[in-house]
Design a protein around this ligand. Structure first.
Ligand code: NDP
Length: 689
């Protein structure tokens, strides 16, 4: 029976699925060598792709608040998770086993869901962000400054590598869309059929504004000629291509932001305390083995250099060699397979050539690149390669080992004679994405982390205590920065909400507080205030930024302090012992407890009856600034500072600027009170509406 004709991949550009006008380059199944799809982007108008994203989707995304965008990402992530089996089926063709596919598919969708949830929890429900506190620039508060972040008005062009066709896209578009910026994704050709499938499913949901995500299947043509200073280009792949694109004339001329994540010779260090027989030794062996075999070692974070005490090298090589030798190599959809093929025959040739380079400084101690042993599949038609372990006896003379990345199941063991040497060897990678050390000795952990941190974007310390919960050396996480200095490309991605700011411009805005507050939607000192009904009686429908309450005054007495001390058990000497308090450099006498002042403040500002304020969920940035002595009188000024209505809920969060002063007008305490407030009050009225 004739097999079905391979499908032609399409690009999703300027609002339509569009086929290239060329013949199409065949993309082969990594395990069987069959043609999966044809790819080409000939005839696309790349300038129009950028223009369409900027003009059609940009304004729509920027009109949404962070919480609306976060809700959009959540709905999208959940919809994609519901279709995961379809992605797994296609993912096998890239050479990924089910376990490898989990990292790419569920890891990618999970990253999107994490950005959605962090965006909802950590960002305000606004369209711009404030950065830091207001900077007072005048004594009378008539001129101040506030740093803000506003979304860039261009598009983000994401050029991805072949090894993570789904995660690579989702980890980049999640912070991009959350920031309010449209994305154009260009997956590596070799595995673009999986990315194309996911983009089809994303577009079908109808959850993204039109133009917020475009896909280029095939070459990007002259697209980079048209980038402007409002666009961002991110790149994951080889250092050679990355450097070429970073030096593109339009990128340089327009100072377009360029983030690069390139090859990396990540190292893992076995601590001197982690001798054979210790849990750390066993964990190290498992970790190196996992990093060499997951995705057949085609991970930008994989361990390429294994740094171990010289005395334990023999035991380590034996343990690793035994485990690697038992790794069943075979077809990705065969359940007994532990490691699948490389992404393509071309990649296998590349990896074999890089092993030859490494052999000028190292010897093979496990595996044979020319003798492929498979448990299933065809050793020649599929891009199979068993794991290869090398050893370099003179690690400081092994220049290739610190320079050449064999992007496959290949690592080199390097011996060290002192912990300083181990650190120095890790640094010879000239900057990597991640490094790890396996030790249970705090001194080793400190010395290694301080020594290698400036050369890495992430450092993992592994030991027996975290063995069960550790996410591992090779897993970038949505909440942590991913990227590394120097050879690793000098870029940074993700890192939670840090990553969102990569698609925004930070601007220092100077002016009078009333106008700064209008710009940011957040009250600052010196901005307008309104007095009237107690603000705790107002629902979100009525409450306004700047609504303010000046409370009654209350005198603080010796009896108050004695009562509070014995009631709570806080009998710290500064509150109880006059002589000891006077001897303290900060106090002239016994002082009231800071928490007593905060409690009195609450007693002064609350509105006790049932009302729209539903709960107080904490305070932020509490500072006690001036001591309160017996006989002093305190008063509270409470101002509505920030209002964040929650999406899909009947309430929102309100931050109140709370300032407590004494009878001389000195600020004794300053903090933000955080409350949940109903959108509409009373509830019966909310139900009716
Ligand atoms: P490349 O650097 O060749 O490709 C990476 C991405 O850049 C692909 O999407 C590719 O598209 C695109 N690209 C290539 N040339 C251009 C260009 N002139 N303009 C615009 N985009 C371009 O890397 P490969 O994927 O081929 O992998 C080669 C090596 O890179 C690997 O063997 C490995 O050493 C390293 N690598 C490192 C990774 C990391 O995360 N650190 C990840 C993957 C690879 P197309 O596929 O269509 O050519």
């Amino acid at each position: 029976m004739a097999s079905a004709a391979p499908r032609r991949l399409e690009s999703y550009v300027y609002g339509a699925w569009t086929a290239g006008k060329g013949d199409g380059l065949p993309l082969l199944d990594a395990g069987t060598g069959e043609t999966v799809a044809l790819i080409d982007s000939k005839g696309l108008d790349f300038a129009e792709v950028l223009h369409y994203g900027r003009s059609v989707a940009g304004p729509k995304l920027r009109a949404m608040s962070f919480h609306e965008r976060a809700a959009m990402l959540k709905a999208l992530g959940l919809a994609l998770m519901g279709k995961k089996e379809e992605f797994y089926a296609e993912s096998f063709r890239t050479g990924a086993t089910r376990a490898d596919g989990w990292v790419d598919i569920e890891g990618g969708i999970g990253t999107m869901l994490t950005f959605a949830s962090k965006g909802r929890r950590e960002l305000p429900n606004t369209r711009i962000l404030t950065d830091g506190n207001m900077e007072p620039l005048s004594k009378d508060n008539s001129f101040s400054a506030q740093h803000i972040y506003a979304p860039l008005q261009g598009v983000a062009v994401h050029i991805n590598a072949f090894n993570f066709p789904i995660w690579g896209m989702l980890e980049k578009i999640s912070p991009t869309l959350l920031a309010g910026v449209p994305a154009v994704v260009k997956p590596a050709s070799q595995t673009a059929y999986l990315t194309e499938l996911m983009v089809r499913r994303i577009i079908e949901t109808g959850l993204l504004p039109e133009g917020a995500l475009q896909l280029i299947s095939g070459s990007v043509g002259d697209l980079l000629d048209h980038v402007t200073g409002q666009d961002v280009v991110t790149f994951t792949g080889s250092a050679w291509t990355g450097r070429k694109l970073k030096a593109h004339p339009a990128v340089i001329a327009n100072s377009a932001r360029f983030t690069m994540e390139a090859d990396s010779l990540n190292a893992s260090i076995l601590g001197p305390d982690a001798t054979p027989g210790t849990p750390e030794f066993d964990l190290f062996v498992k970790e190196v083995m996992r990093e060499m075999t997951v995705k057949a070692g085609q991970k930008c974070t994989a361990i390429r250099r294994v740094i171990a005490p010289r005395d334990h090298v023999d035991a380590l090589v034996k343990a690793l060699g035994d485990m690697l030798g038992k790794t069943a190599l075979g077809l990705p959809d065969d359940e007994t397979t532990r490691m699948g093929p490389l992404a393509s025959l071309h990649q296998r040739t590349e990896v074999r050539e890089r092993i030859q380079d490494l052999l000028s400084d190292a010897e093979i101690v496990a595996g044979n690149p020319d003798n492929v042993r498979v448990a299933s599949g065809d050793a020649e038609r599929g891009a199979f390669l068993n794991p290869i372990l090398l050893y370099a006896d003179d690690p400081f003379g092994a220049f290739k080992v610190h320079d050449v990345e064999a992007f496959g199941p290949v690592s080199t063991v390097l011996p060290y004679d002192s912990i300083e040497e181990a650190v120095e060897l890790a640094r010879l990678g000239k900057g990597s994405l991640v490094s790890s050390v396996f030790t249970d000795d705090p001194k080793v952990a400190e010395e290694v982390v301080l020594g290698v941190a400036p050369f890495h974007g992430r450092v993992l310390v592994g030991n027996r205590r975290s063995a069960k919960t550790s996410t591992g050396h090779g897993s970038p996480l949505a909440g942590l920065v991913h990227g590394g200095p120097g050879r690793a490309g000098g870029g940074e991605e993700m890192g939670g909400m840090r990553g969102v700011k990569h698609y925004m411009q930070r601007t220092a805005v100077q002016g009078t507080p009333r106008l700064l507050s209008a710009v940011t939607g957040r009250w600052i000192e010196g901005a307008d205030v309104q007095h009237g009904e107690h603000p705790f009686r107002k629902s979100l429908a009525e409450l306004k930024i700047g609504d303010q309450l000046m409370t009654a005054k209350r005198q603080v007495t010796l009896d108050d302090v004695e009562h509070f001390a014995h009631f709570t058990g806080d009998t710290f000497y500064a509150h109880m012992d006059e002589a000891a308090a006077k001897a303290n450099p900060f106090f002239d006498d016994r002082v009231a407890h800071g928490y007593l002042i905060a409690s009195f403040a609450a007693g002064l500002f609350v509105e006790p009856n049932p009302g729209p304020v539903l709960a107080n969920y904490g305070v932020d940035n509490m500072r006690f600034l001036t001591p309160v002595y017996f006989g002093d009188t305190v008063q509270v000024r409470l101002t509505c500072k920030e209002i964040n209505p929650r999406e899909n809920a009947n309430h929102g969060e309100v931050h109140w600027d709370c300032q407590v002063t004494n009878q001389k007008g000195e600020i004794v305490a300053q903090y933000d009170v955080l409350t949940m407030v109903a959108k509409i009050w009373p509830p019966a009225q909310a139900a009716a509406e």
